[in-house]
Design a protein around this ligand. Structure first.
Ligand SMILES: Nc1ncnc2c1ncn2[C@@H]1O[C@H](COP(=O)(O)OP(=O)(O)OP(=O)(O)O)[C@@H](O)[C@H]1O
Ligand SMILES: [Cu+]
Length: 848
């Protein structure tokens, strides 16, 4: 404390702090609204099915039919359960940023140390850093002992950085790099302690600014959820008006208003499209699970539907397209070239020793970076003596990678030497700049570097300098560097990537590479990976020089974006979006977060990504493999297809149910479907049947057709027509059986059992013809385990309902005889035959 007090005597006074708190706001990040249990209960209570069941149950109670009433009310529990399960799924995206806030902090106010809520910390406050705690605000360190901070949430660098206190007041700087005095809100103090003067709090802090950028960008609501809601609305309004009309007619014609109400409710239940949202939720949850099996984690359910519509896929290069398994592929200096083949007895030419040695000296001693690891391995192989010789050298200083200078510089104290050795490596342009080489040498270096890059290698320039003192210049530009040579690092393209890219191209998806690497390297890798070579290259510099409108115009002809800074990714996403593309984008760093959030599908890297990137993304790639993205897209298309099939099916099955509830009412025939039957069909049989589509395998052309237009409706005109046709066919067949039974003088209970069973069998027929968009017999018969299960379970439930005395009484079923069963089976078979014939005429295109 003694040092601290000498630097910052007193800290703020209470009055100053209070005034600042009022003008600048609390030191906290805004957090998203949370759903309360009350809200969920309220939403469930508004479910129409819930209300109808309760109404029907209440009417039964009034009518004195206890058993029916309780059976219906137990269905209420089923709806509540389903609704809560559905609610629970929504937006569980935990805000990592929120949890970063520390609750308490020690501050120095008027010379006294006191503990306050971290919310109340203001700019200018002197506060303490403690091991194991997160830093409360962006601040300049004024005293500190042996401080190590984990800044990975800002830099993505998982190795903790060392901090050194400032001995004079200074403005805030950048995160990353050792021995700076700047600490940042949300970083973890890994070791040591200190005092710091707050420079920015709350939303003004760096993490707050990122959080700010994240919340101001619209994530966009799921178009599918919106469409489903509209579908439900249209159907519900239609169904309700029909039900009310029927109830009024019934009441007027027959005079019994209580029964009229019951009939109306029955009809409404029959037509209520409550399965639509249910199926959507289930398919998305199951879809998330399927996608997880190809090592892709879904964080936001809507991403699954959007995946299938993606038109542009922007991907990182290193680690996603390539293995990030670097090896030294070439060394060059003064006309000499060496390409390691890793044979025994290979020797490194003398003229290239210095290149490799210097490159290693410009690396961490225990490197984390795969490039630096590769350099160290090469040194161990070709220069074991040099590696051993550097053991005793002491690291003295370090300059990290910066957007404006793509180079890493390290200063070493050499035992027995008066001067320190400064080694640097980085992008050739950066090294040329550092060495201030004359134009002819610069031109030669560029030529060499490009020749190496053309072989797909990442090229680093290497330079060295000697430095006397211990007073290091603020930037590496302060040293007198001398150019040493070039190192090329090879990073093989991931196996499977060329196939995955070919698949994307066939599926009409444009793949764009976004890389920080040199354009020539990027192009070489693109060629190897099988990118569309008619597309050009754009660099970060070119992008900076273009207006948003020009960028959106030019971007269509580019497939490679090289020397891009993470901050520029957001503009690229927005330019693609301005062209109406559906953009999927990968990223891993903190700076990628706004772009990931802005993309339709943000894809974070699970392996090397930061938490912030993950939180901003819709999906996380667990194995960082490009191939997995393409598999996820393929699954996304399949899930969407299956969802459409299920929606078509649901539309269809409502028609016979509603028809059989309505027609007897109109014509004065015996009523066979009562609320309980309908509840059984609607809450048990239909949803279970709809599940068959979830496990339906993909259409043969799933990756051979262009992405569906983003605005394409879920139920297209053709699919709608097909669904109605399906339903009418089923109604016709089941209605015919009902009339045959009626004609043969069956008792109402027997007729009810017959009709109900035919309805279930016709349902199976509808499943079969809806399983594929294609009319081939093969697609009709392809295996689907779920279908067998559903048929088995449904038949069992039907059997129990018809033959179990208790259930038979509850459902008011008569007996089914053998000839009845034959008729029932015929209903199912006829549905398939008729509709399969219709499908084979190909008058309707169900695919879109
Ligand atoms: N450890 C390092 N030492 C020296 N230079 C480096 C180092 N890391 C990166 N560079 C330089 O900075 C450039 C950009 O690197 P960066 O890591 O930002 O690329 P990136 O965007 O991750 O690229 P990619 O898309 O290939 O993953 C590199 O091409 C290289 O020239
Ligand atoms: Cu329904």
């Amino acid at each position: 404390m003694s040092t601290a007090e000498s630097v910052v005597a007193e800290g703020l006074t209470a009055a100053e702090a209070k005034a600042r708190l009022e003008t600048e706001g609390p030191n906290a990040l805004p957090c998203g609204p949370r759903r309360t249990l009350f809200r969920i209960a309220l939403d469930v209570g508004r479910e129409p099915m819930f209300l109808l069941l309760i109404a029907a149950g209440a009417l039964y109670l009034v009518l004195g039919e206890r058993t029916e009433a309780w059976a219906l009310l137990s269905c209420v529990i089923v709806t509540i359960g389903m609704a809560i399960a559905q609610e629970n799924r929504t937006e569980r995206a935990v805000q990592a940023l929120e949890t970063l806030a520390t609750p308490k902090v020690d501050v120095l106010r008027s010379g006294r140390r006191q503990r306050i809520d971290s919310r109340d910390l203001v700019r200018g406050d002197v506060f303490s850093l403690t091991e194991g705690e997160r830093v409360a605000a962006d601040a300049v360190l004024v005293s500190g002992q042996d401080l190590l901070l984990d800044e990975s949430h800002l830099t993505g660098e998982s190795v903790p950085v060392r901090k050194r206190h400032a001995d004079r007041p200074m403005p805030m700087g950048e995160p990353g790099g050792d021995d700076t005095p700047f600490v940042f809100s949300g970083s973890m103090v890994v070791r040591g302690s200190g005092l710091a003067e707050a420079a920015a709090t709350g939303i003004r802090s760096r993490i707050g600014r990122i959080g700010q950028a994240l919340t101001t960008l619209e994530a966009g609501t799921s178009p599918l959820a919106r469409q489903t809601r509209r579908l439900v609305q249209v159907f519900a309004i239609g169904g309700l008006s029909l039900s009310i009309t029927a109830a009024l007619l019934y009441g007027i014609l027959r005079g019994s208003w209580l029964e009229a109400a019951l009939a109306g409710i029955t009809l409404a239940m029959a037509m209520l499209p409550e399965e639509f949202p249910l199926v959507l939720t289930v398919f998305l949850i199951m879809g998330a699970w399927r996608i997880a099996r190809v090592h892709v984690l879904t964080r936001r359910a809507p991403a699954i539907e959007t995946l299938g519509a993606a038109t542009v896929l922007c991907t990182d290069k290193t680690g996603t397209l390539t293995l990030n398994r670097m090896s030294v592929g070439e060394l060059r200096a003064a006309g000499e070239t060496f390409r390691p083949r890793e044979d025994d007895g290979e020797v490194l030419p003398d003229g290239l020793r210095l290149v490799l040695e210097t490159a290693v000296l410009a690396s961490d001693r225990h490197p984390f970076d795969p490039m630096e690891q590769a350099l160290q391995r090469a040194e161990g192989r070709y220069l074991p003596q040099a590696a051993a010789g550097h053991e005793g050298w002491q690291p003295a200083h370090h300059y990290g990678l910066r957007p404006d200078l793509l180079a890493v510089t390290r200063v070493w104290r050499v035992p027995g030497e008066p001067a320190c050795l400064v080694a640097t490596k980085g992008a050739p342009e950066a090294i040329i700049q550092l060495c201030r080489t004359d134009p002819s040498l610069a031109a030669r270096i560029r030529r060499d570097a490009e020749a190496m890059a053309a072989r797909g290698m990442r090229v680093l320039g290497v330079a060295r300098a000697l430095s006397g003192g211990s007073d290091w210049p603020p930037t590496p530009q302060g040293f007198a560097f001398e150019f040493v040579g070039l190192v090329g690092l090879a990073d093989p393209v991931r196996p499977g990537v060329p196939e995955a890219i070919r698949e994307c191209r066939r599926a009409g998806i444009k793949v764009a590479m976004i890389t920080g690497d040199h354009p020539v390297t990027a192009q070489a890798i693109a060629r190897e990976a099988g990118f569309d070579d008619t597309l050009g290259v754009m660099t970060g510099q070119m992008i900076d020089d273009l207006s948003d409108a020009d960028l959106a115009g030019r971007i269509a002809n580019a497939g490679i974006f090289a020397r891009i800074m993470p901050e520029q990714k957001l503009r690229l996403v927005q330019a693609f979006k301005a062209r109406g593309e559906i953009v999927a984008m990968t990223g891993d760093g903190v700076n990628d977060a706004p772009a990931l959030k802005a993309a339709h599908i943000g894809i974070a890297m699970g392996g090397r990504g930061t938490d912030v990137a993950r939180e901003a993304s819709a999906i996380v790639l667990l194995d960082d493999d490009f191939g997995s993205i393409v598999q996820a897209i393929r699954l996304g298309r399949r899930i969407y297809d299956n969802l459409r099939k299920a929606m078509g099916f649901i539309l269809a099955v409502h028609i016979p149910i509603a028809g059989l509830a309505l027609l007897p009412l109109l014509f004065g025939w015996p009523i066979v479907l009562e609320p309980l039957h309908i509840a059984f069909l609607e809450l048990v049989i239909d949803p279970v049947c709809a599940l068959v589509f979830e496990s339906e395998s993909e259409e043969e052309d799933v990756m051979a057709r262009p992405p569906r237009p983003a605005a394409a409706p879920l139920l297209s005109r053709d699919l709608l027509a097909w669904g109605v046709l399906d339903g009418l066919t089923a109604l016709l067949l089941v209605g015919a059986i009902y009339l045959i039974g009626l004609h043969n003088g069956l008792a109402t209970a027997d007729l009810r059992a017959l009709t109900f069973a035919s309805l279930v069998l016709a349902n199976f027929g509808l499943i079969l013809v809806n399983r594929s968009f294609s009319p081939t017999l093969r697609s009709l018969l392809r295996p689907n385990v779920a279908f067998r299960w559903v048929v088995g379970i449904t038949m069992m439930m039907l059997g129990l309902a018809v033959y179990l005395p208790f259930a038979r009484d509850l459902f008011d079923f008569g007996t089914l005889h053998l000839d009845d069963l034959a008729l029932v089976a015929a209903a199912g078979a006829a549905t398939v035959v008729v509709l399969q014939f219709v499908k084979s005429t190909r008058l309707l295109d169900l695919r879109r």
